[in-house]
Design a protein around this ligand. Structure first.
Ligand code: SF4
Ligand code: SF4
Length: 152
């Protein structure tokens, strides 16, 4: 691994992960697809950490700007997204549905429990309505499978 790549990995995993509100559900539904190879690689690393044996106690700081998932995204412009208006709408809908506020910290386990309790498939269709990825059906299927399993 080059020094530059190593630095990037360290930067992503240093301290608490940051997620903007709608990325909790995106993370739960992630199936290896995304905006670019670097974006996918970073997202896979984050999910490998969250799905590891101690992943549920990983702390995630809620932010109202670009986050650990956005970091290598080709659509990121500094702390904003090129689709800022649409993304803010998604964030607001997901924050309200999950009852989360920016600057707070929750664990991945708490986030999953909250999704299990508060996000039905009907709610998913409501809060994700403006997302272009929704029509692929990947997230609906992943969430449906998650909701069928008892939460630990
Ligand atoms: S439909 Fe879009 S916003 Fe909703 S979970 Fe999937 S990728 Fe995230
Ligand atoms: S499209 Fe925007 S909100 Fe989504 S990951 Fe990329 S920079 Fe972040």
């Amino acid at each position: 691994m080059s020094a530059k790549k190593s630095q990037r990995k360290k930067a992503i995993f240093k301290g608490a992960l940051t997620f903007r509100p709608h990325h909790f559900l995106c993370a739960l539904c992630f199936q290896g697809k995304g905006y670019s190879p670097k974006f996918i690689d970073n997202f896979k690393k984050i999910m490998a950490a969250l799905n590891s044996s101690n992943g549920d106690i990983t702390k995630i700081k809620i932010v109202d700007h670009t986050d650990s998932i956005c970091h290598p995204c080709p659509n990121r412009k500094g702390m904003k997204c090129t689709s800022q208006e649409k993304i803010v709408t998604l964030d607001k809908a997901h924050a309200k549905a999950l009852g989360i506020t920016s600057a707070k910290e929750i664990t991945w386990g708490e986030a999953k429990r909250s999704i299990a309790e508060k996000i039905s498939l009907d709610k998913f269709h409501e809060i994700c309505v403006s997302c272009d990825w929704k029509k692929l059906g990947i997230c609906e299927k992943a969430l449906g499978n998650f909701l069928k399993k008892p939460i630990k």
